[in-house]
Design a protein around this ligand. Structure first.
Ligand SMILES: [Zn+2]
Length: 137
């Protein structure tokens, strides 16, 4: 999956702004490329978890459709840990067609350095399948 640099930058900015709480948002684009990251409210009462606000989710779907795109995934942050899905992330992943993008702010995620701390996964049937991310300048 390709992701444009401006979307990576926006996700990192959002994650830093909400840290040490987790942030979340939606990814817009098509099946080959993410071109926009849109912030969403985090409805989780637990700051170390995330739940995308449904209104923001529908708003992103509407905005994507209006411009001939789709919501292709969801992002959230791991302020203190590596960008791997937690057991909760796996258990609560309800969209098998969505790419789940996680940004780590820990600075220790060496597998994610070349993507600005981002890693991407398909979360299906309680399993995480790694998707290679390529950042387009
Ligand atoms: Zn997580």
């Amino acid at each position: 999956m390709v992701i444009v640099r401006s979307a990576v930058d926006e996700i990192v900015r959002h994650a830093k702004a909400e840290s040490p709480d987790e942030c979340c948002g939606l990814l817009l684009g098509n099946e080959a490329k993410i071109d926009t990251a849109t912030r969403a409210r985090n409805d989780s009462p637990d700051p170390a978890r995330y739940r995308v606000n449904p209104e923001d989710h529908f708003g992103a779907i509407h905005a994507a459709r209006a411009t001939g795109r789709r919501v292709v995934g969801v992002y959230h942050s791991h302020p203190r840990s590596v960008a791997s899905p937690s057991p909760t992330d796996l258990a609560e992943a309800s969209y098998s067609e969505y790419l789940y993008l996680i940004v780590s702010l820990s600075g220790h995620d060496e597998d994610a350095v070349h993507t600005g701390g981002l890693r991407a996964y398909w979360l299906r049937d309680g399993r995480a399948i790694v998707e290679t991310l390529r950042v387009e300048p």
